[in-house]
Design a protein around this ligand. Sequence first.
Ligand code: CA
Length: 223
Amino acid sequence: MRILIVEDNVALADELSADLKRCGYAVDWLADGRDALYQGASEPYDLILLDLGLPGKSGLDILREWRATGMQRPVLILTARDHWVERIDGLKAGADDYLTKPFHPEELQLRIQALLRRAHGQVNQPQLEAAGIQLDEAKQAVIVAGNSIELTAAEFSLLRYLMLNVGKIISKSQLNDHLYDGENERDSNVIEVHINHLRSKLGKSAIETKRGQGYRFIGIQQP
Ligand code: CA
């Protein structure tokens, strides 16, 4: 899952970025409103964190323009405490949720999880669940038949993406777009290696290869 942070407070943006990376998200950061307007709509982000007071263009104007052009990505706005007018304006402009600064990192993580699951038509249960497999996002572990199996950071973010898209064919380029930020080198051979590691942990048939098309997460088939 790839997240764009639009925030001109550098210290806050640094902290947010580090928190989100720890939680297995690929993160891009922009401080200027005009850059955000363009890049937020053109890059395939799964979610956008949007500050409202920004140089170049205000967060509200950006959000209105995105929604007017049909941009559907989940947007969570960051507002100052007690600015209830901002929160209402933000929701009216098309925000999916908001958080008031300062906030607890865990609250942000839980709101992001909920928005991503909703965007993929999944129920917001305590753990992400798909096709007989549970993912513990806090511990970055997978639970198969009651047993918790540890995952590497790369395996965790890959499996989360596949589970949120259960049953769908996902191409390697889609995985590259959604698992890496705009700066890191992308290499589809690396994805293949992680897919094989996941298969050895979940069972060979949990992830199907569709020749020439990509992968499909099918989980554990009930007997
Ligand atoms: Ca600001």
